[in-house]
Design a protein around this ligand. Structure first.
Ligand code: ADP
Ligand code: MG
Length: 454
């Protein structure tokens, strides 16, 4: 540990960044301080590193010949972690003390070999091991004193305990307890699903196929239907023994936060899109009154960042089903403050998130698919939302949990999601602006001062 600490202290700030982020405009100020290290074997370790500005990072480390570097997929840190965990687990979920304030909760582990990285867009860094397991390093950790910033550990454990199978099976959670006694999640290990596509691929492909008349339009409704019942089962599993209710202060705070985001969007979104947003702002703001009126509404641990991209689809062994669906990424909404990311929320939040993303899938197809029949897509959006909503409500009712959905909250949360999409577009991805713009125009079509969206 001592020599590793010295090597880390001598390394540049960029040591903590996954390769995909090296070119990004994040400056990590050195010197770095190694807060703790879980030493594995052959110079491999999992480090918890603090930079000079107090940000904390999980860093897989490979030390050799007097230097240290961030381990890449292929360097064997994820493999070595799995080897260490499988030595500890003897059937059934187990808690393992790995020493040095490192602990692991283990459901399953195998000593498997062969690491590869992911090529897709990711916020964290995931390493596939032996095509069987996926080790997701939590790249950015909460700062000292920050609590509640990492809902994933809680959600993954709760779903495993509830026997919920429509998510990649939980293998293990690697944690480190910091000096304040806060448990920090360093890595989540889950089953790897080969040939999985996320919804920005599979849903767009389904709707494109229908829009080019390659398949009957109804085929593209099968998935939203499946997502509806899956989401009901997800919520019932997450709610188990953990329902609470919103107080009046919280309900007021929801409205205030939604209005603040709307104000921000009004300031930042320019051009014709900004005009169309401004023309709708009074009605969006009025819809937020329903948030303030929601005192007493049920709260559950939700997914929190729910959209088609968080649902993986794989070919099913069951020909009648064709596909299996699995929910991933329980890290909560990255745009929220740490303390809010894992806070219990109305089930309607996830419902609104998925409804928004079904709309967005349609818009992506309209924009990108050559020869798409726009009528088919324009019909698919509300039909898909309807199927999703109906199956979701039926699924809750079947489980005796119909009360979990407070339908009054869906419209304001839909608006809030579109406003957040606008903010995301202006801040990170300008060409995404058309999506929120089009969605809001369709939600509030009869505004006389509009010029048509181009
Ligand atoms: P991040 O928080 O880093 O964005 P996600 O958990 O959302 O990470 O995963 C990013 C991508 O990795 C997903 O969109 C999906 O393509 C792929 N992925 C995630 N989990 C699995 C898994 N268990 N099996 C196969 N692929 C996965
Ligand atoms: Mg994701």
């Amino acid at each position: 540990m001592d020599s590793l600490a010295a090597l880390v202290a001598a390394a540049p700030g960029s040591l903590v960044l996954p390769p995909g982020e090296r070119r990004a405009v994040v400056a990590v100020p050195a010197p770095l301080r190694l807060l703790a290290a879980l030493e594995l074997d052959h110079g491999r370790a999992v480090g918890v590193v603090e930079d000079a500005a107090g940000a904390r990072w999980t860093v897989p480390l490979a030390a050799e010949a007097g230097s240290v570097r961030r381990a890449l997929p292929g360097d064997g840190v994820a493999e070595a972690l799995l080897r260490r965990l499988s030595a500890r687990v003897a059937g059934g979920p187990a808690s393992a003390d790995l020493g040095g304030s490192f602990t692991a909760q283990v459901w399953h582990a195998e000593p498997i070999a062969g690491e590869s990285g992911l090529t897709v867009d990711q916020t964290n860094e995931s390493v596939v091991v032996g095509e069987r397991a996926m080790v997701k390093w939590s790249v950015r950790l909460p700062r000292a004193g920050e609590r509640g910033a990492q809902p994933a550990a809680d959600r993954i454990a709760a779903l495993a305990a509830a026997g919920f199978t429509e998510t990649p099976a939980a293998w293990a959670l690697l944690r480190w307890t910091d000096a304040d006694g806060v448990d920090v999640l360093l890595a989540a290990v889950t089953a790897y699903l080969p040939h999985a596509q996320d919804g920005w691929d599979w849903a767009v492909a389904d709707v494109s196929a229908a829009a080019r008349h390659r398949v009957p339009a109804d085929d593209a409704l099968a998935a939203p239907r499946r997502l509806g019942s899956l989401t009901a089962r997800l919520h019932v599993a997450l709610a188990h023994g953990r329902e609470s209710h919103a107080g009046a202060d919280l309900a007021q705070a929801w409205r205030a936060a939604a209005l603040a985001e709307l104000d921000e969007a009004l300031t930042l979104v320019g051009g014709p899109e900004g005009d169309r947003l401004r023309a709708r702002a009074p009605r969006i703001a009025a819809a937020y009154d329903a948030l303030a009126a929601a005192a007493g509404t049920p709260l559950i641990p939700v997914h929190g960042d729910y959209h088609v991209g968080q649902v993986l689809r794989t070919p099913s062994d069951d020909p009648a089903l064709r596909f299996d669906y699995a929910v991933t990424d329980f890290d909560g909404n990255p745009v929220l403050a740490a303390a809010q990311r894992g806070a219990p929320q109305p089930a309607a939040l996830d419902v609104a998130g998925m409804l928004a993303s079904l709309d967005h899938v349609g818009r992506v197809v309209l924009r990108r698919t050559e020869g798409a029949d726009a009528e088919v897509v324009r019909g698919w959006i509300p039909a898909a939302q309807e199927e999703f909503g109906r199956e979701y409500a039926a699924g809750l009712a079947l489980a005796g949990h119909a009360h979990l959905l407070d339908e009054r909250l869906v419209p304001p949360l839909r608006f809030q999601q579109e406003v957040r999409e606008h903010l995301y577009a202006v801040r990170h991805l300008p060409h995404w602006g058309y999506v929120a713009d089009g969605a809001l125009v369709d939600l509030l079509p009869d505004v006389p001062t509009d010029r048509t969206p181009e």
